[in-house]
Design a protein around this ligand. Structure first.
Ligand code: LIP
Length: 290
């Protein structure tokens, strides 16, 4: 029986947030400190530029083993193939390296995203996160949250770091909004996304293309970008960042109420609808992954 998050024991949520934070930090330090001088591309997925490195696989194997050890009854869904059906109604949704192309080029903007969700993360609109963490090993921080517990940032070194509370930007004018966004890996999808960006760019302060959805969402939560919008996201890209933004006082929407592959928009309350309208007005159809 899938848990609805309102009937989860508060003590369990504390435990899950603690686990997500520790696992994301551990894997983040691993991919950063053990990064080979020459990162090897092990495979490609949706296109020849959608790469998987050996370290993506090693990070997911590390996280998979630690989750199975700590929470053997839970399900697991990982970007690189981890797929375990659980019996608890909870599923761990893992991105072992978000920002893989940045990792490949040694550009310091990649993350590990670990979240626990209720519902089915493979069915858009039917799931939501209850605990999560995004580690940013290049900045030496980990962002974490649990449903109802606020969103926090702390150093990913040592247990004594003092957490700092996160809050979304209060910007309310589209023309002054710094908008983070990203693009898919398939040429025809990128062409459509570029068309949308051509129309959106003059309407906002500027855009930032960081190259990691998890870091984009973490920046919305910490107020270092005003909004984020992207189409084509997978559950592992957005699961933890979604919770960070909501627990930092923001909203995360899709074409309808829930974010998903058709559209993900994240911002403070004043901006989220104007930014959503910018993108939905330019989509060819509701299910369009433009
Ligand atoms: C990335 C996303 C990013 C998107 C990239 C890519 P990956 O995930 O986090 O937002 O714009 O195209 O999908 O592939 O690095 O795990």
């Amino acid at each position: 029986m899938a848990h609805l998050d309102h009937d989860l024991d508060p003590a369990l949520l504390v435990e899950l947030e603690h686990l997500c934070t520790g696992l994301a930090s551990h894997a983040g330090r691993f991919i950063h400190d053990e990064r080979p001088r020459r990162v090897r591309v092990a495979d490609t997925k949706s296109s020849e530029t959608d790469v998987v490195t050996e370290m993506d696989r090693r990070s997911e194997q590390l996280l998979h083993g630690l989750v199975r050890q700590a929470r053997p009854e839970d399900g697991i869904l990982g970007e690189e193939g981890a797929h375990v059906s659980g019996r608890s109604g909870l599923t761990w949704v893992i991105d072992p390296i978000d920002g893989t192309v940045n990792y490949l080029y040694d550009i310091p903007a990649y993350a590990v995203s670990v979240a626990v969700v209720v519902g089915d993360p493979e069915t858009p609109g039917s799931w939501r996160p209850v605990a999560g963490a995004v580690s940013d090993p290049c900045r030496g921080v980990v962002h974490h949250a649990r449903r109802g517990g606020g969103a926090w940032t702390r150093s990913d070194h040592g247990k004594r770091s003092v957490p700092r509370r996160l809050a979304v930007s209060t910007e309310d004018a589209l023309g002054r909004a710094l908008l983070a966004t990203g693009f898919g890996y398939e040429a025809q999808v990128r062409a459509r996304q570029a068309e949308v960006m051509r129309e959106v760019l003059p309407l906002v302060r500027d855009i930032r293309r960081i190259g990691s959805a998890a870091l984009d969402l973490a920046r919305v939560a910490e107020g270092t970008v005003d909004a984020y919008a992207e189409t084509g996201l997978n559950p592992w890209d957005l699961a933890a960042g979604w919770l960070l933004v909501e627990e930092a006082g923001g909203q995360v929407l899709g074409v309808a109420a829930h974010p998903g592959p058709a559209l993900t928009v994240a911002a403070g309350p004043a901006l989220v609808e104007p930014v959503r309208a910018l993108f939905t007005a330019r989509m060819h159809s509701e299910g369009d992954v433009s």
